[in-house]
Design a protein around this ligand. Structure first.
Ligand code: SAM
Length: 282
C-alpha cells in the first residue's frame, strides 16, 4: 500500500529491520501514519521551526513531522537498531532530517538546531518526566524551545495540568504551569501502540511563557514546593517548618492559612510565599 512519503508502511519497516520492541527502552511504537501526522499537527505550524524529536524508533512520528512541513528535524535515538530505517527517511527528505544515535539526556539541541525550536516526541516512559523537568528548568528563561508536544502516560499528563484540590496536583503541575501553558491535546488507548502499554497515553502541549507567570526565585520556589508536597497530608506550618524562623507568621503574611495543606495552594500563593521567604516584596 502506498504511503504519503512513498516509504513502506511501518509494519514492513519493523519486519525488514528486525525492530522487535524492547521494554527496557520504553518502546511502544505508533504505526498509524494518519495518527502520527495528527500528533505532528498538534505542534502547530512547523514550517518556520526546527524540531527536536526524542526517540524516533522506526520513524512514524518523524515521518509525520516531515510530511507536515517541519523545516528541519533532529531525531535522537538511543537504539542503534533503528538507524537504517531512519536513514531511509532522511534519504526521502534530503537535507531535512539529522539523526543522532545517543541518549537524549546528553544532547544539546542548540549544537544542531536553530531557534525557534519545537520539541515533539512520543517519549520513552523511563526518561519522560526527567526530560520534561530539564526542559522546564534551564539556566535562563525563556528557554531555547517555543513549545513541547509530548506523549506521556495519561497519569503523568494529568499531573502536569492538575489544579489545586486535584489528587494529581503537586510539584510537576507547579513547575509546568509556572513557566508554560500546558494542556492535554489528545488521549490514546493502549491499542494505538505496538506493543500496547498497560495504560492510556496522552499528548500534552506546553507553550513556553515569555516570563514565569508570577515572579519568584526558582530555587526557593522549588524548595518550598518540595517540602510542602513531600508531606502533603500535613499542615503547611509543620511541613514548611525550618524554612523560616516563624513559619506560621510568614504564611499569614503571605495570605495563606498556616493550617492549609500543600494541595490547597495555587501557583500564585506558592510564588508569593517564595518571595516572602527569599526576602522579597511579598
Ligand atoms: N517515536 C516512536 C513512535 O512514536 O513510534 C517511538 C516511541 S517509543 C515510546 C520511545 C523511543 O525512545 C524508543 O524508540 C526508544 O528506543 C527511545 N529511547 C529510549 N530511551 C532513550 C533516550 N534516553 N534517548 C533517546 N531515545 C531513547
Amino acid at each position: 500500500m502506498a504511503t504519503i512519503d512513498g516509504l513502506p508502511p511501518l509494519r514492513e519497516v519493523i519486519a525488514a529491520h528486525g525492530l522487535s520492541a524492547k521494554k527496557s527502552l520504553g518502546q511502544n511504537f505508533l504505526l498509524d501514519l494518519n495518527l502520527t501526522a495528527k500528533i505532528a499537527r498538534l505542534a502547530g505550524d512547523l514550517s518556520a521551526s526546527d524540531v527536536l524529536e526524542v526517540g524516533p524508533g522506526p520513524g512514524g512520528l518523524t515521518r509525520g513531522l516531515l510530511a507536515e512541513g517541519a523545516r528541519r528535524v533532529l531525531a535522537v535515538e538511543k537504539d542503534a537498531r533503528c538507524l537504517p530505517a531512519l536513514e531511509e527517511i532522511a534519504a526521502a527528505w534530503p537535507g531535512r532530517l539529522e539523526i543522532i544515535n545517543g541518549d537524549a539526556l546528553a544532547v544539546d539541541p542548540l549544537a544542531h538546531l536553530t531557534p525557534p525550536i519545537r520539541i515533539v516526541a512520543n517519549l520513552p516512559y523511563n526518561v519522560g518526566t526527567e526530560l520534561l523537568v530539564r526542559w522546564l528548568t534551564p539556566k535562563t528563561w525563556p528557554p531555547v524551545w517555543d513549545s513541547l508536544t509530548l506523549m506521556f502516560q495519561r497519569e503523568v499528563a494529568e499531573r502536569i495540568v492538575a489544579k489545586p484540590g486535584d489528587g494529581a496536583y503537586g510539584r510537576l503541575a507547579i513547575l509546568a504551569q509556572w513557566r508554560s501553558d500546558p494542556a492535554i491535546a489528545l488521549t490514546l488507548p493502549p491499542e494505538a501502540f505496538t506493543p500496547p502499554p498497560k495504560v492510556h497515553s496522552s499528548v500534552v502541549h506546553l507553550k513556553a511563557l515569555p516570563a514565569p507567570r508570577y515572579p519568584a526565585d526558582a530555587a526557593t520556589l522549588n524548595r518550598i514546593v518540595a517540602a510542602g508536597f513531600n508531606q502533603r497530608r500535613k499542615m503547611l506550618r509543620s511541613s514548611l517548618k525550618g524554612l523560616a524562623p516563624d513559619m506560621a507568621a510568614v504564611l499569614e503574611a503571605a495570605g495563606i492559612a498556616p493550617t492549609a495543606r500543600a494541595e490547597e495552594i495555587g501557583l500564585e500563593g506558592w510564588c508569593r510565599l517564595a518571595r516572602m521567604i527569599a526576602g522579597g516584596e511579598g
